[in-house]
Ligand binder design. Structure first.
Ligand SMILES: *Cc1c(COP(=O)(O)O)cnc(C)c1O
Length: 446
């Protein structure tokens, strides 16, 4: 089942404009057939991808610094993952785990229980997407505590389904005119060191006071937070903030749920970002990096919470699909065998060093933050005001695309350039990709 074609060389090649003529033809078909609400950042149609290179329909080779939004951490079409997927597809592709079970589902749950922080007994369940994991985490927390209120934070992103739209902070594009939204969701202030200047203790005191005054401690089923906010702009809360919130939860009978959908699976240089703050969430949601792009997500939590739900109360037709589960098991083995936590820290060193150097020359570099291979730069207009510069972020992303480098912007204000390379990226290729980013920033920024 091995791929007999020659491997894609790990180098950038720009043959045509990007998107090129063949991609433009395909894009015309897309516009004529695909719902307009599903937007595309760069309509270069991909035919193959390997490692950190995307090969498009016009023969261009793009350096991928986004990993399909933190998903292909092990690199595109890692041979061990591709072989595991193919082998499982020949064995069987579906039985429905709720009808007749299979070992792969159990093995992924065993890995999740072992790899997530917390030395207590854990149980897991598998679903198809990050949003679905969050939906289930909330269901479990409400049933297990007998309470209804869920506390979320400014800048949060938790998905696009009805419940997760309510959990998500930003109106446009995620929520505008899609209401009414699910009730009993309460939003409080996030620790955002660059913009609020507060210590972890101060920011936690502010959030806790809001919870107690606006919601009431005894109503709170769970406090739900991304340990490093993803779509919100890679906001790393001030040290101690998360710990204080977990302690408040423990003292008040509320659960602490960590959404590690984006930050999990070696992305930050540890298996889970929660480990940096030495916290052990009661429930953790995972997805993105878990299975190299096969649709899989997990909810992992204290066994007694996960088992509080009556039989049949949790599930879904495709949850824990065997092909996706096989991909997860192979991906996790690659993470271990190739020591991707250490690789993430090398990426952090390269990116933060180069961004810091850029920051000494350019006033638009407001804040450099993140951990491991989850690094961002917040772009601002020159002057003291830290005024967000979303147009600059957008222009840099567009300029990089023309030069054959895929980057992503994000953030509550749209002014954050984020880097999510594969953890397996070769250092030379990462540097070449960043050369392009740097040239774009120097050309467009001040
Ligand atoms: C992407 C993301 C989600 C939603 O995941 P989907 O698989 O797109 O539903 C939830 N939480 C976080 C932190 C995310 O980054």
């Amino acid at each position: 089942m091995a791929d007999t074609r020659s491997p894609i060389e790990q180098r950038r090649i720009v043959n045509t404009a990007i998107p090129g003529p063949r991609s433009l033809e395909l894009n015309a078909r897309r516009l004529a057939s695909v719902a307009g609400g599903v937007s595309v950042q760069l309509p270069a149609f991909i035919e193959r991808a390997q490692g950190s290179i995307l090969l498009d329909a016009d023969g261009n080779q793009l350096i991928d610094l986004g990993s399909g939004i933190a998903v292909t951490g092990v690199g595109h079409s890692h041979p061990k993952v591709a072989e595991a997927i193919a082998a499982q597809a020949y064995d069987f592709t579906h039985t429905c785990a709720m009808v007749t079970p299979y070992e792969e589902y159990v093995a992924v749950c065993e890995e999740l229980n072992k790899l997530t922080p917390g030395s207590f007994e854990k149980h897991s369940m598998l679903v198809n997407s990050g949003a679905e994991a969050l939906e289930n985490a909330v269901k479990i927390a409400r049933l297990a505590t007998g309470r209804q209120a869920i506390v979320v934070f400014e800048n949060a992103y938790h998905g696009r389904t009805n419940l997760t739209m309510a959990l998500t902070a930003k109106n446009n594009p995620y929520k505008d005119h899609f209401g009414p939204f699910a009730p009993e969701i309460y939003r409080v202030a996030m620790s955002y060191p660059y913009r609020d200047g507060l210590s972890g203790d101060e920011a936690a005191a502010r959030a806790i006071s809001q919870i107690e005054i606006l919601v009431g401690a005894s109503n709170v089923a769970a406090v739900l937070i991304e340990p490093i906010q993803g779509e919100g702009g890679f906001i790393v809360p001030a040290e101690g903030f998360l710990k204080q919130i977990t302690q408040w939860c423990a003292a008040n009978g509320s659960l602490f749920i960590a959404d590690e959908v984006q930050s999990g699976f070696c992305r930050t240089g540890k298996w889970f970002a929660s480990e940096y703050e030495d916290i052990a969430p009661d429930i953790i949601t995972t997805a993105k990096g878990i299975a190299a792009g096969m649709p899989l997500a997990g909810v992992t939590g204290r066994a007694e919470l996960m088992d509080a739900v009556h039989p049949g109360g949790l599930g879904g037709t495709y949850g824990g699909n065997p092909v996706a589960a096989a991909s997860a098991l192979a991906s996790i083995n690659v993470m271990r065998d190739e020591n991707l936590n250490a690789k993430a820290l090398v990426i952090e060193e390269i990116l933060t060093t180069r961004l810091a150097k850029l920051g000494t020359d350019l006033e638009c570099v407001g804040d450099i933050r993140g951990r491991g291979a989850m690094i961002a730069v917040e772009l601002v207009k020159p002057g003291e005001g830290k005024e967000p510069d979303a147009a600059l972020a957008k222009a840099i992303v567009a300029e990089c695309a023309l030069e054959g480098v895929v980057t992503l912007s994000t953030g509550t204000y749209g002014n954050v350039l984020r880097f999510l390379p594969a953890l397996t990226i070769e250092e030379d290729l990462l540097n070449e990709g960043f050369d392009v980013v740097e040239a774009a920033a120097r050309k467009l920024g001040a």
